[in-house]
Design a protein around this ligand. Structure first.
Ligand SMILES: [Mn+2]
Length: 273
């Protein structure tokens, strides 16, 4: 099944949806994130196609999407880099798969600041190649990274955050300081191009139970939406990934609906610079 709004040919598209059904780096006993892309496409169809006067239609039903979207289908993780390379000027919207998918994607954007919404920092320099160390394995300039919503951090990671001067806005800080003040912190630090990675475990498990590594005390939809909208307005967002949807642990497709809604929010709020 193709993404219901993906009606543009590749050459004309502004956004290119790419599924990467790969969970080869998952180390959690909660498996199944390789089925994430397929479920997001299915839920998008159910959310957006309504019956009007006995006929199915996706017209006239909010949200109205005016941007041109192409669905590239699913690709193998090792081919993701090559696919992104040929999309120059178009925005890849990458659906995981596990966190390892982010590692493949960010290699293509060495100039961008990585802003990642995640319960975990993923910076364990002593464990190269491990999915818990995606950002250190990528050999980025970590000082340009921004972590939002983290709340399960190892001692080694905390040391690294301080050493590399990473901007870290934990879930607790975001709750205490509020959205506007957290956004000011980001705005002061980040300039230029941004890559957004959205691990669905940034949300509270009450809203997103279908992830491989749930951590209580997470964010809600409007906290994430506020920061996403600000970033989409302010920065050139070069790519987005939405990862870790794990259908077998979802409840009533709650996490899948949330992921699909966010995907549509990102497309609708994207500002071309
Ligand atoms: Mn993660």
């Amino acid at each position: 099944m193709k993404f219901v709004y993906a009606t543009a040919p590749l050459q004309e598209a502004d956004f290119v949806l790419i599924g990467v059904p790969d969970e080869s780096q998952n180390t959690s006993p909660r498996t199944g994130s390789k089925r994430g892309p397929e479920l997001i496409r299915k839920i998008a169809y159910e959310r957006c196609v309504f019956k009007r006067k006995g006929r199915f239609t996706s017209e006239a039903v909010p949200p109205k999407i005016s941007q041109k979207i192409h669905d590239y289908g699913d690709v193998e993780k090792k081919k993701l880099g090559k696919v992104i390379e040929v999309l120059k000027g178009k925005v890849p919207l990458i659906l995981g798969g596990d966190q390892g998918v982010t590692l493949e994607a960010i290699k293509q954007f060495p100039q961008a600041t990585i802003v990642y919404f995640d319960a975990h920092p993923h910076i364990l320099p002593s464990l190269q190649g491990y999915y818990g160390s995606v950002l250190t394995t990528a050999e980025l300039s970590l000082g340009k990274c921004v972590q939002i919503g983290v709340r399960e951090t190892e001692v080694e990671e905390l040391k690294h955050v301080k050493k590399e001067m990473i901007l870290r806005i934990s879930a607790e800080e975001l709750f205490e300081k509020g959205n506007a003040s957290s956004w000011e912190q980001i705005r002061k630090k980040v300039q230029g191009e941004v890559y957004i990675s959205l691990d669905l475990n940034v949300f509270d498990p009450a809203f997103a139970p279908g992830v491989s590594a749930p951590v209580p005390g997470g964010l809600d939809y409007y906290q994430v939406l506020f920061l996403l909208k600000k970033m989409l307005q302010e920065y050139t967002v070069v790519a987005v990934d939405i990862i870790e949807l794990t259908p077998s642990y979802d409840q009533d497709y709650r996490t899948a609906h949330l992921a699909t809604k966010l995907l549509l929010d990102i497309i609708q709020n994207y500002k071309k610079k």
